[in-house]
Structures are given as C-alpha cells and as structure tokens.
Write a protein that binds this ligand. Structure first.
Ligand code: ATP
Length: 442
C-alpha cells in the first residue's frame, strides 16, 4: 500500500469518515461503514450528483427501485450467463484466487505457485426469499442499479408524460461478489452507484454519448478535482461489458494507478429489447410525429459514489510541511489541509469559544451555535488550544470557523476564519448567517 493511501485510511478512521465494517470481529470481506463525517460527505456527493441531473438538465426524472427483483430480470439482462462473469484462476499451492487479468507471468502473485486453468466466476450475489432455501426462492442482490430503470421504462414514460429523448436518474446500493476486492473503498462487494440512463433515438446515440462524456467530466472538475488527475479512456471492443456498443471509462489518477471512477456506455437496445423478449411486454416506442416504432438506445453514465468519494478525498488531501501557522509551536509539525469543495465538505461551519474556562464566552458561543445549526452543518468545539482546534477543522475541510472572543461580549461581533487562506475578518452577529450563506453559496 502506498504511503498516501495509509495516510488517507488513517485520517478516515481518526476523524470519523470511514471505519472497517464489523471491526471488533476482525472486519468483513472488504466492507466499510461511513462514519459521522463520511455520511455527510457521501450525502453531499450524492446531492451534488442528483442536483446536477435533475435540476441542471432538462427531461431527467428520478427513481428509487427495489434492490431485490424478479430473478428473470437478471436472465434478460445477461447477468446470470457468462456476460457478467470474471475469469478466475486459483493457485494450486496456496489456493488464493485472482482475476485472470491481474496475473502477469502465469504464476501466483502471492506465493509464485502454479495456477489452475481459468474458469468463469459469476459476480451476482445470491440470496433466498421466504422461509425455504430452494431454487424457487432464489433471488439476487442487484449488481447494477439501472435494471430497475429499464423494467419501469413504460411506467415512467406514461406517468410523467415524457417523450424520447429523456433520462432517468437513480442512486442506490449494488452488490458484486468481486474476486479481489481491495484498495480501501475502491473495490468493495457492496457499493453505491449513481446512474443516469438516457433514452434516445438510435441515430442520435453517438451525439449523446459525446455530450454526456463532456458533461460528466465537467461535473468532477467543477467539484474541484484537478484536471491533470482525470482522463478519459476509450474501452476497446474486447474489454467492453456484454451490453455495450461503445464504452469509455472516466479515470482518476489514484495513488495505486489510473482507475475507473465512472463508466459511460452506449447500451444500444440491449436492455429494452431483451426485457421485451423475456417479459412479453412490448417496450417499442412510437414517435408521435413520424409514427416510427423503435427501441430507444440507452446512453448510460454510471458513477460510483464510493469511488468518487475516494477520488475527492485524495485530490483534496494536502500536507503542509512545517505548518501554515507561523505564530505557534505547531510550526514544526506537518499540517493536513483537506481542500474539499464547499459543497462536499462534511462540516460547513465550526463554532469555537476562544477559551473554554470563561463561562460567559462558552454561553455566548453555544447561543451562536444554536442560531447557526438549523442553517448549516455545524460543529461546536471547545477542547484544546485555539490553534490546535483550527488545525483540526482544516483537517476535516470545514469551510469557515467562527470564533467567539472577549470583544464579542462587548461589540456583538465574531471572527470568521477562512479555511484556505486562513484570513480572518470580524462580522456582526446580526449579519453572521447571511455572510456565511453567501460564502457557502446557499
Ligand atoms: P471495474 O472494471 O473497476 O470492475 P466496472 O467496469 O465493472 O468496474 P461498471 O460496471 O461500469 O464498473 O460500474 C460503474 C461504476 O460503479 C464504476 O465506475 C465504479 O465507480 C462503480 N463500481 C463498480 N464496481 C464497484 C466495486 N466493486 N466497488 C466500488 N465501486 C464499484
């Protein structure tokens, strides 16, 4: 593991972003829990994506479909057949299993032992519904959220009186029995996807494929990811998912290499035609004007909430050797500054009394905290020196720190300290909410 990844993982645990699932029992198969700050940040990512899709674009509606579906969905989608399987190899010596594409020189990467012949390994997670464990009760945890959108194609079209082209956006959990999960939350067996499916006329598919790749790239850049850390990789035909006519990966430069954070696919009419075939429900669309009947093509943008969380975190992580504050003893230390975009920062405003042993200061600070709390995600902190508390807030990306000092009691004003510049200015308590709202763009 790289040094940077160890630091990120340590920050996540220390400051309540991410914990290992079932940690007290030794963890569980690459599953993670998002802690108090992690859940705020992840919700912010999901909200930024949702707003982008539903508010900033036209003709996109939302959906929240069930995780469990009729297993025939997965027959129609091709996930139960060879389509959704990785090639797996097993070591004869240590019996560890690897994805075939991770093998470099035909030897086990762990012990150098001889490998067995590759075989297909389906990634669907199986479960049972009802009290009996028999074939009739088999169900699967969805491996991608989008199937819930396809099977509801006609419901959405009719209930919302939509016309092609239109899109459906959904955020939700997906599950894959990955052979080699790892790299912290990069590859897990339970994860969250943010998917938008754009239904269009086949002749416009190429145009929308190009349109959406530009839009999606812009989204990451607008939320602060550095340009040099993002790239687009066209996926060659033999590596494409079974449903894709055209595919590209939006990749981020992780400390462990360039890796996909979002897939953009032209799924053609694979999904609508197969669901029509398997269910008997005709998903052919009739154009009101031309009377032409066709299966709309689907352009999908499929992002991972967890993978983008990791990319945003890594991109924002900054170490300042010797510290930024030149006035305190802390100048000798390395300071951590998390330069997250204001929309993604888990805590927007911290409210601190200059010292905690003056009851009148603490009382005033708590009043101000209560005043701000309904408007912003706030944190009250009184423990430790003021410099140390500022640095704690820098480390979790807090946008503004409001400090209540002795002047506050006389003049009814406070200081606001800005995270990135450390600049401080005094603001009247009466104006505080509006000044912060303006700063945060809300
Ligand atoms: P990979 O090649 O890394 O396995 P994929 O091509 O199978 O990914 P897609 O099926 O295109 O991934 O899924 C879309 C997005 O869902 C990915 O870009 C990623 O952000 C997220 N995702 C997929 N699998 C996982 C996983 N096991 N853990 C976390 N996120 C995932």
């Amino acid at each position: 593991m790289t040094d940077l990844m160890s630091k990120i993982i340590s920050l996540c645990k220390r400051r309540g972003f991410i914990f290992q699932s079932s940690e007290i029992y030794g963890g569980f198969g690459s599953c993670y829990d998002f802690g108090p700050l992690g859940v705020e940040m992840k919700n912010n990512i999901k909200l930024a994506w949702w707003d982008e899709m539903i508010k900033n674009h036209e003709n996109i509606v939302g959906l929240d479909a069930a995780i469990l579906m009729n297993p025939r969905v997965w027959q129609a989608s091709g996930h139960l057949t060879a389509g959704f399987a990785d090639e797996l190899v097993e070591c004869r010596l240590c019996h560890k299993r690897f994805k075939l594409d991770e093998i470099k020189d035909k030897k086990c990467p762990e012990c150098g032992g001889e490998l067995m012949a590759p075989r297909k390994f389906n990634l669907m997670m199986k479960s049972f519904v009802g009290p009996v464990e028999e074939e009739a009760a088999v169900t699967y945890l969805r491996a991608e959220t989008c199937q819930g959108i396809y099977v509801n194609f006609e419901n959405i079209l009719n209930s919302m009186r939509l016309k092609v082209p239109f899109g459906v956006a959904q955020i939700g959990k997906a599950f894959r029995n990955e052979i080699t999960p790892g790299d912290f939350i990069f590859r897990t067996r339970e994860f969250e996807q943010m998917e938008m499916q754009w239904f269009c006329h086949p002749k416009n598919a190429k145009k929308y494929f190009d349109f959406w790749q530009k839009e999606r790239l812009k989204w990451y850049l607008n939320l602060g990811i550095k340009k040099e850390n993002l790239r687009i990789k066209e996926v060659p035909e033999k590596e494409r998912p079974h449903y894709a006519k055209q595919a590209l990966d939006l990749e981020y430069k992780f400390p462990f290499g360039w890796k996909e954070i979002e897939g953009i696919h032209n799924r053609g009419d694979w999904d609508l035609s197969n669901h029509s075939k398997y269910s008997g429900k005709d998903f052919g669309y009739v154009d009101e004007g031309t009377k032409e009947k066709y299966f709309p093509y689907i352009i999908e943008t499929s992002a991972g909430a967890d993978r983008s969380f990791l990319a945003f975190l890594i991109d924002a992580y900054t170490e300042v050797k010797g510290g930024r504050t030149k006035t305190t003893r802390a100048t000798k230390e390395t300071e951590i500054l998390l330069k997250l975009h204001k929309d993604l920062a888990p805590i927007k405003v911290a409210v601190l009394p200059l010292v905690r042993n003056k009851p009148e200061l603490v009382k005033k600070t708590k009043e101000i905290y209560q005043m701000l709390k309904p408007n912003f995600m706030c944190q009250y902190d009184e423990s430790g020196s003021i410099g140390r508390r500022y640095r704690r807030q820098d480390e979790i990306a807090t946008i503004a720190v409001v400090t209540i000092d002795f002047e506050t009691l006389e003049k009814e004003d406070v200081t606001i300290r800005e995270r990135d510049t450390m600049k401080q200015k005094r603001v009247k308590i009466l104006d505080l909410t509006n000044v912060l709202k303006e700063k945060l763009g809300i």
